[in-house]
Design a protein around this ligand. Structure first.
Ligand code: MN
Length: 233
């Protein structure tokens, strides 16, 4: 064991001692709370494709509301558990799924976009490109399918590119709201939000125009990273 390993082991041991103290155990029983992740770029960084005002409202108000809603739902479920009163469990379970879906998807959404100059319109990295071609025939066929799925979401929702780690396949699926229609066993690696709050200020009812513009700000490096991580690579 070298010195660094020894120090790390010591830190791990002291960390586990800390978590075993009565105060820490009590603390662990409290519901964990979620927080709004910072945007990895400025509100105006995706201009002219996505306007600064939309980004500001979308991140600081809409995403924040999902974070708050998820915290509230999880706290209410914990309360029900400790009181044994499960009368409202269906309501809060649905709130947890909806707001949890919103928090998760928006956290991914900010990451898989980038300013156009910084890879937004950049080249697709080779391992992701290979996977897209294997699964959809050509990159262009993938884009057409994904755009069509996004344009055709009924009401509010998302088009998502998933990886299914059990067989390594890529799937394009729609999600209504933040969570409905999603099968088990898939990992979202890329998605476009087609709720009206994502585009209405700039594009009004022209969803297809927003989808077209959005391709200019896709952070392909991050999508490939999500793809490889979903496969444990
Ligand atoms: Mn949204």
């Amino acid at each position: 064991m070298n010195r660094r390993e020894f120090v790390e082991l010591g830190l791990a041991a002291s960390a586990s001692l800390v978590t075993l103290s009565p105060a820490a155990i009590a603390n662990d029983e409290k519901p964990k709370t979620h927080t709004l992740p910072p945007l990895p770029y400025a509100y105006d960084a995706l201009e002219p494709y996505i306007d600064a005002k939309t980004m500001e409202l979308h991140h600081s108000k809409h995403h924040q509301a999902y974070v708050d809603g998820l915290n509230k739902a999880e706290a209410e479920l914990a309360k029900a558990r400790s009181s044994g009163d499960y009368a409202t469990i269906e309501y809060w379970s649905k709130k947890a799924a909806f707001n949890g879906g919103g928090h998760f998807l928006h956290s991914m959404f900010w990451q898989i976009m980038a300013p156009p100059a910084k890879g937004g319109s950049g080249k697709i990295p080779p391992r992701l490109e290979k996977a897209l071609v294997e699964n959809f025939g050509t990159v262009e066929a993938f884009r057409k399918h994904f755009s069509a799925a996004a344009a055709a979401v009924e009401g509010s929702g998302w088009a998502l590119l998933h990886c299914r780690p059990t067989d390594g396949r890529l799937l394009i699926l729609q999600a209504e709201n933040q969570h409905k229609l999603t099968p088990w066993g898939v990992v979202p690696i890329m998605g476009i939000d087609v709720w009206e709050h994502a585009y209405y200020l700039k594009y009004q009812n022209r969803r297809a125009e927003y989808i077209n513009a959005w391709w200019n700000v896709v952070n392909w490096e991050k999508v490939e990273d999500n793809y490889l991580r979903s496969l444990g690579q």
